[in-house]
Design a binder for this molecule. Sequence first.
Ligand code: MN
Ligand code: MN
Length: 291
Amino acid sequence: MKEEVFERYVQAGKVASSILQKGADLIKPDVSLAETATLIEQMVIDEGLGVAFPVNISLNEAAAHDTPSPDDKRTFNKGDLVKLDLGVHLDGYIADTALTVDLGEQDLLVEASVAARNAAIAKVRPGVTIGELGTIVAAEIGSRGFRPVANLTGHGLDQFRLHMGPNVPNIGGVGGAVLEEGMAIAIEPFATTGSGYVSDQKRVEIFSQMAWKPVRMPTSRKILKEIEPLNGLPFARRHLKTPKPDLALLRLVREGVIHSYPVLADVPGSFVSQSEHTMIVTSDGCVVTTA
Ligand code: MN
Ligand code: MN
């Protein structure tokens, strides 16, 4: 990896880490989710960096992909388990980092995802397979009496690309992709009291452009114009200034121009914790950019 690219990853990571902590401190009972999201994203902009994806604030059985809607009235409640997942980029080089705020009594569940992440990070070096990392993650979570979420994974990162190979599983396996020096990867174990699988919910707030082709509907054109500077990075419905975007968003999804990211949740009544860092694989280990 070129030195100037490495430096950008490190700078994005430093900012992301500091804002994630400040964001976590905002999360308390009766505080508005919408206000929290706006404040966190504004902190990124104030630092002169880019918001790599809408800040994810996912509650309880929801594992990921929730973010406030334009008219969101929700507040945090005592007992909530809150996943806060933040993406920051500098010239497209992304820091992706998450933690779980426990407003109830889920300390062991939170500890499970943190311990799994840290144990996996300790093993990262060139030559290690993603199967080995998944095995470590699953063991740390399983030994505490919880399940890892089998259908969510960590991932590789590249300029303006949030998710690419290799996928880093949260379940045990043998072999698979081999880590190489210079890779940027995010490791993000999810631990759950539920089934160990998340499914798409009806609620959809996050989208990203996946194809660049002409569209007819004027509202669709306005939306595409508006999201053009994102270079394919995700956006939220609440970010759009285009009036009444919902029908156009549906059509853009159906036409294969944008991708939608429904909220992902385990079974009702369960709790899911998440812990995530981004790192660069070096010759003898890794540099965690979001530490
Ligand atoms: Mn993330
Ligand atoms: Mn991630």
